[in-house]
Design a protein around this ligand. Structure first.
Ligand SMILES: NC(=O)c1ccc[n+]([C@@H]2O[C@H](COP(=O)([O-])OP(=O)(O)OC[C@H]3O[C@@H](n4cnc5c(N)ncnc54)[C@H](OP(=O)(O)O)[C@@H]3O)[C@@H](O)[C@H]2O)c1
Length: 341
């Protein structure tokens, strides 16, 4: 079987392909024939040596993947051969708060999913909602679950509340879709007028151009009658603006700091935090329990992800280069349909 292997910091040109025998599942493990993956900024950060978690040199790349269970080891009780499953990004994180003991991650310290077959612990997979194809289901394990956790893992979104999402990246698009399901009002930001139109098509009531106004929080406050947003999903680390845009006692979920926004952002002062009384909550993806919760909601609502483009399994370097150009709107998917059908 073919796999893509990565060594942190070596760059896209050094993504290496290797041929290895198909592994066998041991006790408590399942063998999954991978059918689709999704790419995100995370894979580029690993290649660029800018990812916060430990990367084992030569590890199989990719943390998002789905497929079909083709074999099970001894003492596997819940998962059956033929089942369609998604892998959880942190296979040891079943429930509760994230901590050091759960930090082993696919495509980081553990072999990932840009491969044709993967052995995973039984508890490291969850069933895929029936209405989703493999390509669609691949969009959820990292980026969908992060958005779900952002909205449900802290204060918990209530119908009628206002949510501010930043930019039109994968996390923000899922957050927008989940917010609309929950009956929230959504204000988005984007640097692109064309993407702003698409955000409105997905249900955003207003889109603020953060590239034109460094104090864009003022526009958010004006749009909310000076109240501010009950929830802010900050994917860029622009905390000074995010906290100023938040309602009194609101929640700012800090999802990422890697978009270049954090480096240029004004520092967040103690006085700003004090005046808003907002909770600032950094997060890491989500637990298996949260993945199951998200899948239940996705299954009941029939929600489908926004997919920008699908590449073949042999085109992973091209797909990563495409992602790096930043012209996408929605997930970039790797389909194994032609390579292993
Ligand atoms: N904590 C976690 O567990 C976790 C999990 C997944 C991802 N992340 C992090 O979350 C962030 C978002 O991930 P993603 O996959 O959604 O990213 P992405 O799809 O690569 O997002 C790209 C978009 O981000 C927007 N953006 C860039 N700079 C911005 C800024 N200064 N202010 C507002 N928006 C900005 C742009 O939107 P426009 O083009 O519309 O301007 C851009 O199109 C990344 O930093 C990623 O590393 C964290």
């Amino acid at each position: 079987m073919k796999s893509y292997h990565v060594t942190a910091g070596q760059g896209l040109g050094e993504l290496e392909t290797r041929q290895r025998p198909v592994p066998e599942p041991g006790a408590g493990q399942v063998l999954v024939r991978i059918r689709a993956n999704a790419l995100s900024l995370r894979e580029l950060l690993v290649l660029e040596g800018d990812y916060p978690l430990q990367i084992t040199p030569g590890v199989v790349a990719g943390c998002e993947g789905v497929g079909e269970v083709v074999a099970i080891g001894a003492a596997v009780h819940q998962v059956k051969v033929g089942e369609r499953v998604a892998a959880t990004v942190f296979p040891h994180w079943i429930d509760g708060s994230f901590c050091f003991d759960y930090a082993a991650q696919l495509g980081s310290s553990l072999d990932g999913l840009l491969t044709e077959y993967a052995v995973l612990p039984e508890s490291g997979v969850v069933p895929i909602p029936e209405h989703l194809s493999y390509d669609e289901a691949a969009a959820f394990p990292l980026i969908g679950l992060t958005a779900w956790n952002a909205l449900t893992g802290g204060h918990g979104l209530q119908p009628g509340e206002t949510v501010l999402t930043l930019g039109s990246g994968g996390v923000s698009l899922f957050a927008l879709q989940f917010e609309k399901l929950a009956g929230a009002e959504v204000i988005a930001t984007s640097s692109s007028p064309a993407k702003a139109d698409r955000l409105k098509d997905l249900g955003a009531s207003a889109v603020v151009d953060y590239s034109k106004n460094p104090h864009w929080y003022e526009e958010v406050r004006a749009l909310t009658g000076q109240r501010g947003a009950d929830h802010v999903i900050d994917v860029a680390g622009v905390l000074d603006q995010s906290v100023r845009a938040a309602a009194l006692g609101g929640e700012v979920t800090l999802v990422g700091v890697s978009q270049g926004g954090a480096a240029k952002a004004e520092p967040l002062s103690a006085a700003t935090i004090f005046r808003t009384g907002a909770t600032i909550r950094p997060l890491a993806v989500g637990s298996r329990r949260q993945f199951l919760e998200m899948n239940r909601s996705v299954g009941v609502s029939g929600l489908k992800p926004v997919i920008d483009r699908t590449f073949g399994f042999d085109e992973v370097p091209e797909a990563l280069a495409y992602y790096r150009r930043g012209q996408f709107f929605g997930r970039v998917i790797i389909s194994h349909a032609s390579s292993n059908d």
